[in-house]
Design a protein around this ligand. Sequence first.
Ligand code: ATP
Ligand code: MG
Ligand code: MG
Ligand code: MG
Length: 479
Amino acid sequence: MQTHEIRRRFLAHFEHAGHTPVPSASLILDDPTLLFVNAGMVQFKPYFLGDAPPPYATATSIQKCVRTGDIENVGHTTRHNTFFQMAGNFSFGDYFKEGAIRHAWSLVTSSQDDGGFGFDPERIWVTVYENDDEAERLWQDVAGLPLERIQRRGGEDNYWDMGVPGPGGPCSEIYYDRGPEYGLEGGPVADEDRYLEIWNLVFMQDVRGDSSPKYGAPPIGELPQKNIDTGLGVERVAFLLQGVDNVYETDLLRPTIDRVQELSGRSYDHGTPEDGVRFRVIADHIRTGTMIIGDGVIPGNEGRGYVLRRLLRRVVRNARLLGITEPVLVDLTTVVRDAMGPSYPELVTDFDRIVSVMRAEEEAFLATLTTGSRLFDSAVADTRRAGRSVLSGEDAFVLHDTYGFPIDLTLEMAAEAGLDVDEGAFRSLMDQQRARAKADAKSRKQGSADHSVYRRLLEAHPPGEFLGYTDLQAATRIV
Ligand code: ATP
Ligand code: MG
Ligand code: MG
Ligand code: MG
């Protein structure tokens, strides 16, 4: 089943049940707590927080999401994209747990002839929050799931809140068993690769006080109006229904892998495992970069612009590691446009602008690579001459700071030259620089309107650190 059809079926199911279809919000919302929208509920936050009356009792959407915290997973796990589409249904004081479970079960397990996804009910497992007896009972009563395939999990995994006093509640997640060849027995608690998470149902029922339940504090009350917030990973459903090995090989991403095979002359399906990762990283990141530029971000040295730059530089670098020496960004953006355009027509109408941003960024980075590589080569020569096998933290820092070399580029190039890098020293130089920047920002700020929230977010969670699911929470805490 093609991604387009998965999207269509999801919306059709919920529209048929009276939900108002709401278009995806931009990835960039006027929300100081988030770099990028990372879940379907974000655009509905005012309704969940009680800041505005919801214009509908129930809604459904397919939201563009970016989770930079998943960047290190990309290409290595089977299931993490930096950009993905989250399909969701939302109830604002309308149906609650039973309705949410009934809807999800029906869509997941109804046959494809009946408009569902047609997953084998025998392969479905679910998790519930450790003391959510009600959800456990509903999965048995409504879905007929046997108790052995309902697992309880603690607050770290199955309790949701915003990291600030306000609404919170237990979650219940739906997993599909890919089969014994993919890992250990024992359900999602034992193995999240074999048992693939596809859908998260959040039951907003509690009022949270100052401490999160993840730290053991009970809720301080019950919400007067109980809400439902769910998120289904469209790419993950496509991965399962298309019989491929991971999200990167699904219909909207595979064309990029194919194009990279043509450009590099290397094989994806019969190549080395290292090359496999590179193909997947490229396919994932070029799409994310295109979507982010489509929503108005341009590459830069901080905040969103930095995330974008990092993604695009990883594309260029991985392409070079696959032996491609020509520029690739514009070429691959065209492939992304053709795949994503039918769902996101802005990529077609805005293509010239997007491509001009890509072209400029690639030229800048290739220039950087050329000069940086010279410095790198002489640093390697010096290190060898001195009889050492470790490139100094200072060298790595200068490459980063002056030549824009991401540390992982330095690490990979050093490894290819048979050297280690003193990462500890590099990190401490980075920390010192961050502390200096912070002090500067503080002295600059002095009472003026403050736009440093993203910088602070980035400082507290440097790129590469987990910023995904908890983007909202982490950011809220910092603000
Ligand atoms: P995982 O544990 O696999 O990292 P998650 O628990 O972080 O996923 P949720 O925050 O519950 O994910 O998001 C709701 C749904 O969105 C998930 O059930 C999954 O189907 C999908 N999803 C989450 N992160 C990604 C991602 N990086 N790429 C693709 N789909 C994702
Ligand atoms: Mg999870
Ligand atoms: Mg989850
Ligand atoms: Mg996650």
